[in-house]
Design a protein around this ligand. Structure first.
Ligand code: DC
Length: 222
C-alpha cells in the first residue's frame, strides 16, 4: 500500500490539500488530527484528569475513533457517534494539544493510523506522519504559511461553521498549539529530512493541489 504524508502547523491548509490530493489519486483521506480531537472530546466529557495515567488508560480502553466516508467528506465517529462538528469547537481546540502530548494516547492512535495505511492507499495529514507514523511514505510534504494567513483561514473556516471568534483569540490558540506541538517530548512536530517544503501563503488550493499531484505522480511511478 502507498502512503502520502502531509505535516505542518495548525491551520496551514493541510486538510484542504490532503482531501483534494486523496480524491485526485483515488486514495483514502485520513485526518489524524480529528482522531486526537475525538479522544480529547471523550476526555472532556468524562472530566479526565490529564495527570492521572490510570484514568487515561481506562478511558482509552473505552474510546473508539473511526470514520464514516460520505460523498460530502469524512465524518469522525466517537464510539459510533458522529462528533465531526463538536470536535472543531474551541472547547476541544484549546485542550487537544495537551492531550496529544500523552504517550499512551499517541501509542493507540499511531497504531490505528498504521493499520489504516496498511489496508489502503492513503493520504494522511498531521504533525508526525512523515517522521513517526509512515517514515517510509512515498511522498512527504511539509506545509507552511505565514501566521497572518493561518489566522485568516481559521477565522473564515470557523465563521462558515457559524462561530464568530475574535482573531486575537485564534492567534493566541495557534501560538499555544504551535508551541506545545513542537516542543513535546513524544513525536514533536518537525519536518522529516526527506519531506518537501511547500509554503502555500500565496497559493490557491488549486495551485497547491496541482503542484502536489505532479509530485505524487512522479513519486508513485518511481
Ligand atoms: O490538525 P489539527 O489541528 O486538527 O490537530 C489537532 C491537534 O492534534 C494538534 O494541536 C496537534 C495534534 N496532532 C498531533 O499531535 N499529531 C497528529 N498526527 C495530528 C494532530
Amino acid at each position: 500500500m502507498l502512503q502520502i504524508a502531509i505535516d505542518g502547523h495548525s491551520s496551514c491548509g493541510k486538510s484542504t490539500l490532503a482531501k483534494a490530493l486523496a480524491k485526485s489519486l483515488s486514495f483514502i483521506y485520513v485526518d489524524s488530527g480529528a482522531m486526537y480531537r475525538a479522544v480529547t472530546l471523550a476526555f472532556i466529557r468524562q472530566d479526565i484528569d490529564l495527570f492521572d495515567h490510570q484514568a487515561i488508560a481506562a478511558a482509552l480502553k473505552n474510546t473508539q475513533v473511526s470514520f464514516k466516508m460520505t460523498p460530502d467528506g469524512n465524518r469522525t465517529l466517537l464510539n459510533g457517534e458522529d462528533v465531526e462538528d463538536q470536535i472543531r469547537e474551541m472547547a476541544v481546540a484549546s485542550k487537544v494539544s495537551q492531550v496529544a502530548t500523552l504517550p499512551e494516547v499517541r501509542r493507540q492512535l499511531v497504531m490505528q493510523q498504521r493499520q489504516l495505511g496498511a489496508q489502503n492507499h492513503v493520504v494522511m495529514d498531521g504533525r508526525d506522519i512523515g517522521t513517526v507514523v509512515f517514515p517510509a511514505a512515498k511522498l512527504k510534504i511539509f506545509l507552511t504559511a505565514t501566521v497572518e494567513k493561518r489566522v485568516e483561514r481559521r477565522f473564515l473556516q470557523l465563521r462558515e461553521q457559524g462561530h464568530f471568534i475574535d482573531p486575537e483569540d485564534i492567534l493566541h490558540n495557534l501560538y499555544e498549539r504551535d508551541y506545545i506541538d513542537s516542543t513535546r517530548s513524544d513525536s514533536p512536530l518537525k519536518r522529516a529530512p526527506d519531506a518537501i517544503n511547500l509554503d502555500n501563503t500565496n497559493l490557491s488550493p488549486e495551485e497547491q493541489l496541482a503542484i502536489c499531484v505532479v509530485l505524487a505522480q512522479s513519486r508513485l511511478k518511481a
